[in-house]
Design a binder for this molecule. Structure first.
Ligand SMILES: [Mn+2]
Length: 342
């Protein structure tokens, strides 16, 4: 804030608030340069905030009170002239009287912090990764022809939950057969059939931290085309992994995977980024794609997830969540890569 000559910062994104105050259900967090941090909370969450919130004073927003106006009054009281903020919707902006205050959007300031995970955050992410691996193992054990996609999701989520997952990091994907060609195919009442590719994308959540993992399964024996695509994705994933370390540009890591897939002439079917950061949000910076300006840093946690999706045929994706280190990367998810599950 000092570098940017800000004399206050208003945090309104709930996950950003969670990051600073360790509390999710607040409306805003005000960080003035000349006073204590103030967390604004409605009555329904007040007692919990008083017990759980860290690094701030908790301020009750009464029913019928406008939390934004309340924060703005305090901002004026603190004589803030240059107010940084992460995000503000247009209706809020037009409702507030901001005369005399210069608004400086700067979510980047927060991302610079959130992108680099400290040891406490990593402990939570490691635990979420262990739970996610249990989910993948469960899937490989229970999947059989005739099951509905949603049954697989239910069993996997139950297995993770039973061992401490707070819920899922995102909606579980079990996309089988032709649906596996949809990278975000969700999960339906379709039954799994022998010989079909099954795209399986899950994540556990622990202490609000998330992990992201994809495996591709198949009941029976893959055709030579299925096997070939699988091996190409595996090769791309592995090569990209070996290139991840502190100081490399994210776009270069993406290029390693993309070129591998292009070499086998499947380039047009790799329709998304190689990866993204994971933490309190399942998709966050840094981003690994051809346009990315991010330089990977020690402490970043990112996914490595190339895929090939052929319409009317099927798709393969293999994804791990990995930790960027000084001299390489560490896979936080460790589930095995066997495609055949029955
Ligand atoms: Mn992902």
């Amino acid at each position: 804030m000092e570098n940017k000559q800000l004399d206050g910062f208003l945090v309104t994104d709930e996950i950003n608030i969670l990051y600073f105050a360790d509390f999710l259900n607040a409306t805003q967090l005000l960080i003035p340069s000349n006073g204590a941090n103030i967390l604004y909370v409605y009555g329904v969450n007040y007692q919990a905030a008083m017990q759980q919130a860290k690094n701030c004073q908790v301020e009750l927003v009464r029913q019928g009170e406008d939390a934004d106006k309340k924060a703005m009054e305090q901002i004026k009281k603190f004589k803030v002239k240059r107010l940084g903020f992460d995000t503000m919707d247009v209706s809020t902006f037009s409702r507030l009287n901001l005369k005399g205050i210069s608004l400086k959007p700067n979510s980047q300031l927060i991302w610079e912090l959130r992108k680099v995970k400290d040891e406490i955050e990593l402990d939570s992410i490691r635990k979420a990764a262990e739970l996610t691996d249990i989910g993948a193992k469960t899937a490989s054990e229970i999947i059989k022809a005739g099951m509905h996609e949603y049954e697989v999701a239910a069993e996997v989520e139950y297995a993770m939950r039973k061992l401490g997952s707070e819920g899922v990091a995102f909606d579980t994907i079990v996309a089988s057969g032709l649906r596996s060609a949809f990278p975000h195919g969700g999960c339906t009442d379709k039954k799994l059939k022998k010989g079909e590719l099954i795209l399986f994308d899950i994540g556990a959540r622990y202490q609000n931290y998330r992990v992201d993992l994809t495996r591709t399964f198949l009941v029976g024996k893959p055709t030579s085309e299925q096997e070939k695509i699988y091996n190409v994705v595996m090769e791309a994933q592995e090569k990209a992994f070996k290139n991840i370390k502190d100081g490399v540009s994210a776009s270069n890591v993406d290029a390693v995977a993309r070129q591998t897939i292009e070499t086998y002439n499947y380039g047009e079917y790799f329709v998304h980024s190689l990866g993204h950061g994971v933490g309190l949000a399942v998709h966050e910076p840094p981003i690994l794609n051809p346009a990315s300006k991010d330089i990977l840093k020690t402490g970043n946690v990112v996914t490595d997830e190339p895929g090939i999706y052929i319409p009317n045929f099927g798709g393969v994706r293999i994804e791990d969540t990995v930790l960027v280190k000084n001299d390489g990367a560490e896979k936080l998810t460790k589930a095995n890569y066997d495609i055949i599950v029955e």
